[in-house]
Write a protein that binds this ligand. Structure first.
Ligand SMILES: Nc1nc2c(ncn2[C@@H]2O[C@H](COP(=O)(O)OP(=O)(O)O)[C@@H](O)[C@H]2O)c(=O)[nH]1
Ligand SMILES: [Mg+2]
Length: 234
């Protein structure tokens, strides 16, 4: 079975080499696909170097910053193209610890989508400010109310999709360019009858580099996108 870990990156030069090594130590036979949006800090140079020596490491270079969501979608398409049976999405800043990947893969034998969840017993957020923790909690209450499905952690980007789940939703149908891709994809999976489950993870706020998604404007845009995904899409 072929597993591909898809990691969107923008200015992650301080994290990416160590993260790739850490993943390969935990899951030695996995492939890793970095989707970089021409990071000004030259993250892609580091990844190119690693991938020249290691055929399990791949890079998809996009010419300009087109956002987290479209990076995920392009990466998932590429993962499917190279024959992935399981597609794992995670961040490139160590917030998502590779040590949880084996449990997620294990759970994927029973379900179509596995969420690395901060919102079930055993799951948590650490090193985060009060405001960030409560934003995540509130966002999840909001999304759960709007979507009307009993998923606890809608906003977690640490996930494992089976190939079948991505085939069912059809990645060409996804319109989100940024973070609402998470809710859009999960809602699409739920509507198409995918079995969704959650395994607990400990989310740790990044130590190196800067957050790109933590902006008030983005949060408001995402809240509106969620209404659009729920009520305007057929
Ligand atoms: N390719 C790409 N990756 C992005 C973009 N914005 C954020 N990322 C990556 O997406 C992941 C999550 O972003 P991050 O800034 O850590 O968001 P936060 O954890 O919500 O603060 C990280 O690996 C980022 O480098 C983007 O526009 N393009
Ligand atoms: Mg982060």
């Amino acid at each position: 079975m072929k597993t591909v870990v898809v990691i969107p990156t923008y200015n992650e030069k301080e994290n990416i080499r160590r993260l790739i090594n850490r993943i390969l130590r935990r899951v030695p036979d996995t492939h890793i696909l970095i989707v970089d949006d021409n990071s000004p800090d030259d993250t892609e140079k580091i990844v190119e170097e690693i991938s020249a020596d290691n055929p399990q490491v791949h890079i998809l270079e996009r010419k300009d910053k087109r956002g987290y969501g479209s990076a995920c979608v392009d990466g998932f398409k590429e993962a499917m193209r190279i024959g992935a049976d399981l597609i794992i999405g995670m961040d490139g800043d160590f917030s998502h610890n590779p040590r949880f990947i084996p449990a997620m893969i294990q759970e994927s034998f029973r379900s179509d989508v596995v969420i690395g969840s901060r919102m079930i017993p055993g799951g948590m957020q650490v090193r985060r400010s009060f405001i960030r923790r409560y934003t995540t909690l509130f966002a999840n209450l909001y999304v759960r109310a709007v979507m009307g499905r009993d998923v606890r952690d809608w906003t977690s980007g640490f996930r494992c999709y089976t190939r079948r789940a991505l085939e069912k939703i059809g990645l060409d149908s996804i319109v989100s360019e940024d973070i609402s891709v998470l809710e859009e994809m999960l809602y699409a999976c739920a509507r198409r009858g995918c079995v969704i489950s959650e395994v607990p993870i400990v989310f740790v706020e990044r130590r190196k580099g800067q957050s790109k998604l933590n902006r008030l404007g983005k949060t408001i845009h995402t809240f509106l996108m969620i209404l659009k995904i729920r009520f305007l899409r057929t």
